[in-house]
Design a protein around this ligand. Sequence first.
Ligand SMILES: *[C@@H]1O[C@H](CO)[C@@H](O)[C@H](O)[C@H]1NC(C)=O
Ligand SMILES: *[C@@H]1O[C@H](CO)[C@@H](O)[C@H](O)[C@H]1NC(C)=O
Ligand SMILES: *[C@@H]1O[C@H](CO)[C@@H](O)[C@H](O)[C@H]1NC(C)=O
Length: 391
Amino acid sequence: MATWNLYLVSFGVFVVIASFVGIANSESVGQRPQPHPALCLESDESSDACRKIDEPLYLLYTDANNPEKYNQIFLNKNDTHRIAQANPTKGSVWKILIHGFVSNSNSSFPVNVRQAYMERTRKTGIKYNILVVDWGRAACASLDSAKNYMYDYAAKNVAQVGRHLGDLIVLLHEQDFLNLKTDVHMIGFSLGAHVAGQAGRRVWDKTGATVRRISGLDPAGPAFWAWDVVPSFMIPLRRLHRKDTQFADIYHTSELYGSDTRMGDVDFFINGGVSQPSCSPTLFTRFTPFLKTLTQVCSHGYATELYAKTINDNSMKGCMCPSYLTYTLGSCRCEDTAVLGEFTDNSTTTIGTFYIDTPDTWSFTSVWNRFTSWKELKELGKSWWDALCHD
Ligand SMILES: *[C@@H]1O[C@H](CO)[C@@H](O)[C@H](O)[C@H]1NC(C)=O
Ligand SMILES: *[C@@H]1O[C@H](CO)[C@@H](O)[C@H](O)[C@H]1NC(C)=O
Ligand SMILES: *[C@@H]1O[C@H](CO)[C@@H](O)[C@H](O)[C@H]1NC(C)=O
């Protein structure tokens, strides 16, 4: 009996090893290289800060004429008077913005998208209840030494932050501030996209209702890739799935930090989805590893720039096509198109994969200037580089 158990265990171990060998093999035959952050950080004891998960902060913005004013709200039935004080508009969509790794509520996302909604309100009178989720500490934003930025821990915190947000959305529903099926639109960048997925799933678990929409801005790839090859029950890092919501629209912009896996009802591959031309000014940066990281950080953030732009400009359309190669060769007739970004849900009748090359007028400088300084970008690039185990 004991021997038999041993066989079973060995077989289990074999299956696990085989799965990982399988991954390695499939990479070597031409798939994109994926970093393996989950495998290299366990031994670092200096990273406690982002292992501890604080409750996220919830900042509610409702006044477009006073765009920096917010009310903090809480996941606590006794505190709902604070929600009422913020005066959210009944029947308006709740735009719930969720940042990613080493970010917080002051980072370029969510600030750029929040400001774009405010601008639209001032231009059209359409109101939004904008809820910014700040999970900065759990996303390792508070650490100041680059060595201590720990992607792996941030990724592991996603599930708990998502459940917390899901509970808050349920509370807002119970207190009659929103309608789950029509008023909830989560927009998550990078790891934040997976937080949104978890929150949508939590709402469904507790109420049986599916939230209206999730937009995933270059959903994080590292640490979530294994879902493709290993049975999901073996993996705690659950990826955004289109069933987490009624409608999921996904924007792919970078290979290193994003993912090329289709997760939505519609998936847009922007300029091919690998890297953004406006982020790679010279050949030199493409072949210099550290600078390549910077261009990838920039390409990753491009998804948020693009989304922010579409809130006040619905002119960009993706073309349904079997592959980017077919698209660039011009051999697609583009009979099925989908408006990009904010207005995609009302334009799209077909689900599928869409391609678009963004106009050249989007110059390199316009994207890079969004980062407050070269120093900030360099720091960020360095920390991501370290976090993904490149010493
Ligand atoms: C809410 O208030 C009630 C009554 O004052 C109190 O018993 C309860 O502990 C409070 N709940 C929370 C979560 O603070
Ligand atoms: C964001 O910036 C404001 C103003 O500088 C500051 O008061 C606030 O603490 C910052 N929030 C976070 C989470 O760092
Ligand atoms: C989409 O259409 C619905 C119903 O026609 C409308 O209520 C909603 O405002 C539209 N959404 C956008 C973003 O235009």
